[in-house]
Design a protein around this ligand. Structure first.
Ligand SMILES: [Zn+2]
Length: 218
């Protein structure tokens, strides 16, 4: 097999050097070389990294970086540095933002991706791109607002990436791959605040033990 992060031959899902990476470098490395157009599948793969946290700030650059990479992989024109810009911007949104600031960072990270792709500024010539970014952020917020129970970063990530795959295809001139069938979270057993059967992404067959694993999408 090859390492998920660096794509070099490896006997493990993540080779030994890549298994030691912090989340930001892991996301940057993966986004540089991935050819996937499925943001949800990409997120499932990276969240299975042994050092990727169950919750928190890492999920913000994950969403932003993966969406820019998926757009590029689907044939979209991406300026040099757009992926790094998206990752850096989204990584400035702290963990717990959803609880204290009235807005979920996973949704904002979608808007960051659109802004980084378009090179959006505050000027009039970028009004359309800003509107597009804000629309995606707003739709993501509304979907997340329908959730209840404990906050869950995996749930927010799956929610906005499924949305974004359709939104990019409908509005941005590329075709991203939507999830095939129902998304099943592979991380519920690791999450002390998992909402279990109340979550739409909870596996149909509950996992027996708390070990990281890769989810195979339909
Ligand atoms: Zn590697």
């Amino acid at each position: 097999m090859t390492c998920v992060a660096c794509a070099q031959p490896s006997t493990k899902v993540f080779c030994d050097p890549c298994a030691k990476l912090e989340y930001a470098e892991l996301i940057r490395l993966y986004c540089r070389r991935t050819v996937s157009t499925s943001p949800v599948a990409m997120a499932q793969a990276l969240m299975a990294h042994p050092r990727f946290p169950v919750a928190g700030q890492a999920h913000h650059p994950l969403v932003a970086g993966l969406l820019v990479a998926a757009y590029r992989n689907a044939g979209g024109a991406v300026g040099e540095g757009a992926i790094d810009t998206a990752i850096q911007r989204a990584d400035t949104i702290t963990g717990g933002f959803c609880a204290g600031f009235g807005a979920d960072a996973a949704a904002i990270a979608c808007g960051i991706a659109v802004s980084a792709i378009a090179g959006t500024t505050v000027k009039a010539e970028h009004a359309v791109a800003r509107s597009l970014a804000h629309t995606l952020t707003g739709q993501g917020m509304l979907l997340i607002a329908n959730n209840h129970g404990n906050r869950c970063c995996k749930r927010s990530v799956f929610t906005v990436l499924e949305l974004a795959a359709h939104f990019f295809t409908a509005t941005m001139g590329v075709t991203l791959a939507p999830p095939r069938g129902r998304i099943e979270c592979a991380f519920s057993a690791q999450n002390k605040l998992c909402n279990g059967g109340d979550c739409k992404f909870y596996p149909a067959v509950a996992p027996a033990k708390a070990e990281p694993r890769l989810a195979v999408l339909g």
